[in-house]
Design a protein around this ligand. Structure first.
Ligand code: ASP
Length: 350
């Protein structure tokens, strides 16, 4: 990340804006398709108005990315920039493409510890330079959440997503609409905040502050796979995925409350992979709700193979949590921690 501008540094609260890319900063390429362009218009909008009350540092990836091209290494770059540049700033706003924003938000929530100030990821469905863009509002409101005392807001101390009129827990977020300005939802938990004329955060819903100082505690293991159940999936296809040399983890998007085929050959493939040390996490392909181990006989058989329940994790959260844990721990410990809430990503039954 390169610092490209700094304004109002004498003000009590200063926001660090990190530009990773996305539509928010795009313009047409020679063929007329949207692509990242130099950050000129973004910088003009990032510069706070005199009455904004907070200062801004603007830093950017040397080459901002369409987020559909992002790789796990880019999460490490963003996490390291947050840790390195946070001192002197009351909060951090990450500008990001919407396509993989929920993956990055989830990954950051597991890679960072000691989160002691707002980290707000935002983007836009239309470039900031376009007429009727949603970008200016998204950027302005994210900056307000990142300078909470100036705006008399509760202090958020977690990785979150701001989009259109809503604040969401980062690792509960999923992109639900490629067109609507609302774009994102967190189907299994309430919003952390909402804005109309006034901006309100739900203070009791926020996570407690992290301790020990903001730091990155992990890298990312990319030796993972994902499978979505569908009626034509057979044991041979599943085996081709799960027996890949070097594979360490797999998220299976099962049906409904965690159900799937229970033919012996299918279950044997799952059992062999678990015994070989692959951590298999069963999630639901439903947008909302949770895996309920043992509720149906068809589902129960899956869990007798050594696979574990992803409960109400989103797909984005399940796969990034798996990647971050596999970077740090052996399979048995990863299986325990996958079902342990680490950053507000899981709802524990009462
Ligand atoms: N393809 C874009 C991206 O994810 C979409 C967006 O930002 O809305 O970078």
């Amino acid at each position: 990340m390169i610092v490209e501008g700094q304004w109002g540094f004498e003000r009590a609260e200063r926001v660090l804006i990190l530009n990773a890319g996305g539509t928010i900063g795009m313009g047409p390429d020679p063929a007329g398709a949207l692509a990242p362009i130099p950050a000129g218009d973004l910088i003009a909008h990032a510069r706070p108005r005199d009455d904004a009350g907070f200062g801004v540092t603007f830093a950017s990836f040397r080459r901002p990315l369409d987020s559909s091209r992002m790789r796990p290494d880019d999460w490490v770059t963003i996490a390291d920039a947050i840790v390195a540049l946070a001192p002197g700033h009351t909060g951090i706003v990450v500008l990001h493409g919407t396509d993989t924003l929920a993956f990055t938000a989830s990954a950051l929530s597991f890679m960072l510890a000691g989160v002691d100030r707002p980290i707000v990821i935002t983007g836009a469905q239309r470039p900031i330079s376009e007429f009727r863009s949603d970008a200016p509002q998204n950027l302005t409101t994210a900056c307000m959440i990142a300078s909470p005392r100036t705006h008399e807001l509760p202090v958020l101390r977690e990785v979150s997503v701001w989009f259109y009129d809503r604040l969401l827990r980062g690792n509960r977020t999923t992109k639900i609409d490629a067109d609507s300005y609302t774009g994102f939802s967190s189907p299994n938990v309430p919003l952390l905040g909402h804005a109309g004329v006034t901006l309100k955060l739900d203070a009791p819903a926020l996570l407690p502050a992290g301790t020990g100082g903001l730091r990155r505690i992990s890298g990312v293991c990319s030796d993972v796979a994902a499978v979505k159940f569908h009626p034509a999936l057979d044991a041979g296809q599943l085996d081709a995925i799960l027996s890949r040399p070097g594979l360490r983890g797999c998220v299976i998007e099962a049906y409904g409350s965690g159900n799937g085929p229970n033919e012996p050959e299918f279950l044997d493939v799952l059992r062999r992979a678990s015994e070989a040390g692959v951590v298999i996490v069963i999630t639901t392909q439903c947008r909302a709700g949770t895996v309920r181990q043992g509720y149906y006989a068809a589902g129960a058989a899956l869990f007798e193979t050594g696979a574990i329940s992803g409960e109400d994790l989103t797909f984005e959260s399940a796969i990034t949590k798996l990647m971050v844990l596999l970077d740090q721990f052996p399979a048995e410990r990863v299986r325990e921690l996958m079902v342990t809430p680490l950053a507000g990503e899981l709802t524990r039954p009462d």
